[in-house]
Ligand binder design. Structure first.
Ligand code: CMC
Length: 426
């Protein structure tokens, strides 16, 4: 807490209310309004534009500076020098692992990649064309059924096991969902492959052939997972925290986070980007779509542009853009019409005054959609890949909350409905 105080006075009230001001290790001052309720007033902040819902030591974002730090480390340095599983360890434990800790963490994850055979039976109950996100929510919820007996969320050892299981099993679940959708046999994990290679193997491998994964694509996949690993108190993470604040089963909490991620304003945007590029269809129609995005009477928005927090280039987008170039070059598809539209759109939007004035830069979903499409991952699976990558962030926030003192999340409201009235007796 700082020595600074904030004072508010309410009209008609002689006395002002003094509120403490809290300091983070970086970032703006935070006025502690918790005592306001004892004065009979609440604050009103739909969308949490001015409200910190929690204290956290995991991730820091400065949207104006385009800065994203995990446990203090800049995301671009992690993308260049770390890998996804090491970043998972960092998010969960607060520090980078030493070589022995890393080896044992990777071994632990590798040993938990298989999923119970009954999950496959549940999967078979879904139609082949079911949306993969709907199926992922269900299968993750089913893990809650499998791992509920004896689970004590107040025990750090139980919480850690839940974290390991979730990070380990998510690629297996994701790939199972895809294989079911195309009617191919489910491919089990192969321990000799690393995390990202294994994901691509389970997605695209077939039993008749041995594993064969392109190192460029596996590296790209690993960086995509890493760039999605956490993003502080976004809608899905806040959902996980809110569900977790009731003491709910962690697998159920993550299922609720996956549901929140699904929407096009959040994780569903990478799928929406591809749909939009397909709808544009030809470079000659780009101007028409830019005009629609600027028209206030048209609800259309350029998918993959803009961000609630970043009012500067999202640091993840810079890394993603580079990976995008590498993948398109490796696959020799730079001249694919869809990717040409994406490049032209990016250029025009970056030069257009409407987008410059509103600080609407391409976000991480713009490039990830293009890369995933190039790798051969179908559109409906894009948000599943995002969910897979975000799992360590969700579980780290859940674990952080349960490690300290926490209260059940219970927002207040500004009621504007009918006042008390008597039931009409006719
Ligand atoms: N295309 C056209 N205009 C836009 C766009 C867009 N993509 N995004 C924002 N604007 C305009 C908006 O109309 C408003 O204009 P004005 O000030 O003239 O009324 C101004 O920019 C500010 O927009 P806002 O809606 O107040 O901004 P927000 O912070 O509430 O919304 C957003 C952020 C990401 C929901 C929004 O930019 C958007 O809908 N983008 C497209 C969807 C998308 O790509 N989402 C992925 C977000 S990143 C992934 C993640 O972290 O989950």
């Amino acid at each position: 807490m700082s020595d600074k105080k904030a004072r508010i006075s309410l009209a008609g009230n002689q006395d002002s209310i003094e509120l403490p001001v809290l300091n983070g290790s970086i970032g703006p001052d935070v006025i502690d309004v918790r005592s306001l309720v004892s004065h009979g007033v609440f604050t009103y902040d739909p969308g949490f534009m001015s409200t910190a819902s929690t204290e956290s030591s995991i991730t820091y974002i400065d949207g104006d500076e385009g800065m994203l730090l995990h446990r203090g480390y800049p995301i671009d340095q992690l993308a260049d020098h770390s890998d996804y599983l090491e970043t998972c360890y960092l998010l969960l434990h607060g520090e980078l692992p030493n070589p022995t800790e890393k080896k044992s963490f990777v071994a632990e994850i590798t040993r938990h990649t298989m999923v119970d055979a009954q999950i496959a039976q549940l999967l078979n109950g879904f139609q082949r064309n079911a949306h993969p996100m709907a199926v992922l929510i269900s299968l993750t919820g089913a893990l809650a059924a499998l791992y509920h007996e004896g689970l004590d969320v107040d025990d750090p050892v139980h919480r850690r096991l839940a974290a390991i299981r979730l990070i380990a099993k998510m690629p297996t679940l994701a790939a199972m969902i895809y294989k079911h959708s195309i009617g191919q046999p489910i491919m089990g994990p192969v321990n000799a492959l690393n995390y990202s290679e294994n994901f691509l193997h389970m997605m695209f491998g077939v039993p008749a052939e041995g594993p064969s994964v392109s190192p460029v694509l596996a590296k790209a996949m690993d960086v995509i997972f890493l760039l999605h690993a956490d993003h502080e108190q976004n809608a899905s993470t806040s959902t996980v925290r809110l569900a977790g604040s009731t003491g709910a089963n962690p697998y159920a909490c993550i299922a609720s986070g996956i549901a929140a991620l699904w929407g096009p304003a959040h994780g569903g945007a990478n799928e929406a980007v591809l749909k939009m590029l397909n709808e544009i269809g030809d470079e000659s129609r780009i101007e028409e779509f830019i005009a629609r995005a600027k028209d206030k009477d048209d609800p259309f928005r350029l998918m993959g542009f803009g961000h609630r927090v970043y009012k500067n280039f999202d640091p993840r987008s810079k890394v993603m853009r580079k990976i995008c170039d590498e993948v398109l070059a490796d696959l020799g598809v730079e001249n694919d019409p869809l990717f040409r539209i994406a490049r032209r759109l990016e250029k025009i939007a970056l030069e257009d005054q409407y987008f410059i004035d509103r600080k609407l830069y391409p976000n991480v979903d713009f490039y990830s959609g293009i890369i995933l499409k190039a790798i051969g991952i179908p559109m409906g699976m894009f948000t599943v890949v995002f969910a897979l990558g975000r799992t360590p962030g969700w579980i780290s926030h859940w674990n952080e909350m349960l490690s300290g003192a926490y209260k059940i999340g219970r927002p207040r409201q500004l009621y504007r409905g009918a006042p008390r009235r008597d039931y009409p007796l006719f």
